[in-house]
Ligand binder design. Sequence first.
Ligand SMILES: [Zn+2]
Length: 114
Amino acid sequence: MHELGICDALLKMLRNVAEEEQLQNVQSITVEVGTLSGVVPRFLSDCWQAVIDGTEFAAVDMIVETVEGEAQCIECGERFVADLERLRCPSCGGNKLTPVSGTDLTLKEILEAN
Ligand SMILES: [Zn+2]
């Protein structure tokens, strides 16, 4: 599963950062997910719970923020906020689209408890 691999990678990243910056008590991580990344936020949180179970980060919450993706129509050049459910150009109705933004997933913040 796609999301499981991502969570695995996020846990490795978190472990590296925590080591480098000597974080003692990580409370949560914030992940930014583009709507065109193909990642389902709900699956991502579920996988996170599974991946951190039994590790030193078992209590770390994952906060998922969604970023709207933009696409551009190859036919007419129109740029618009794309919805994966309905991938059509609002201007000409064409379906030859190229993603402009919102295809990434990034670890935005690691928050430490006080
Ligand atoms: Zn178009």
